[in-house]
Write a protein that binds this ligand. Sequence first.
Ligand SMILES: Cc1ncc(COP(=O)(O)O)c(C=O)c1O
Length: 385
Amino acid sequence: MRNSYLVFGQPLIEEAEIEEVVKSLRAAWLGTGPKVAEFETRIASYKGSSHAVAVNSCTAGLHLACLALALGPGDEVIVPAMTFAATVNSVIHAGATPVLVDVEPDTFNIDPEQVRRAITPRTKAIMPVHFAGRACNMDALLSLAQQHGLKIIEDCAHAIETEYRGRKAGTIGDCGILSFYATKNIVTGEGGMVLTSDDEIAARIKILALHGMSKDAWKRFSDAGYNHYDVVEVGFKYNMMDLQAAIGMHQITRVEAYWIKRLRVWEQYDRAFADLPVSRPARPDPESRHGLHLYTLLIDETASRVSRDQFVSELHRRNIGTGVHYRAIPVHPVYQRLFGWAPSDYPVADAIGRTTVSLPLSAKLTDKDVSDVIEAVQEVIRSPH
Ligand SMILES: Cc1ncc(COP(=O)(O)O)c(C=O)c1O
């Protein structure tokens, strides 16, 4: 058994970003500044997006995207029942009403047929989540959006490298929002980025992210000299700091190398678990590119002779950290109270939520880490042969 604990989702932090953070500290420019601008340029170029606006989390970006797309009271936004709370919360924070729909059993992604059935005259937008890095069926969603005049906000928290039939995730809908949270494919600690091709939406999000102050207010203390600003909206404090961008601007240069490292781990897991009585992730769609953010097993107690929660505890006992992404949205009491959602109305998401477990899948994993995970899984879940 391993003697040190393998923390789930540990990021790989290299010397370049450590030095860049130290440079920011020595220059004593910690807040939003030139490094944020540089990080935005690098992300826009990687994604082929006209605009990339940095914010302090994906959640903040989702909220601002809702506001910039004029979603508010009386408007319905369709969201998947299998996602993180942030997706749903951002709609609620904007004052709009989230409408939950079930997901597909193989991809865990929002089911376009369920979306179609949930559309009402009040529906204004769809918020698909490219779950675990697997692209949603964007052709079907775009077609529904076109027929019904709906906006699309892509939750790309798992989808930095994801492509759908040659188009980069986050550039297909009206806005796409990335996360650089500590466990994501590239990190800034906390952080997010809104992608859009619309000049006005980008400008509005920039203003809303910094108190509603007029353009380029972050430069007010720079060597360009002090300039007055106007407060033109009641904005938020959602801006990214240079300290965070100092990490991200180097991480993005390794995004492809890290993806290849995760692909190797993914393939090792897939081979090692092929004979076990567990469900492995569905094969990636050959026409699209999987972002490989989460490697999830489904542990069905009848087949595996161990429950998901026992599996998590057994791996923990063997010093292996895992994640649960996620228990379905309708199991949470606040949403039951606010919207009357019941898990049984979303059977696919609920079943995933009760059986899913994510194994460590980070560029930081060593060969030994990967073989420790494999050994532990094989010990806890015995092959029937
Ligand atoms: C699907 C999904 N959406 C949104 C978020 C929110 O991201 P952040 O932590 O950057 O706000 C997460 C974070 O884990 C997520 O998994």
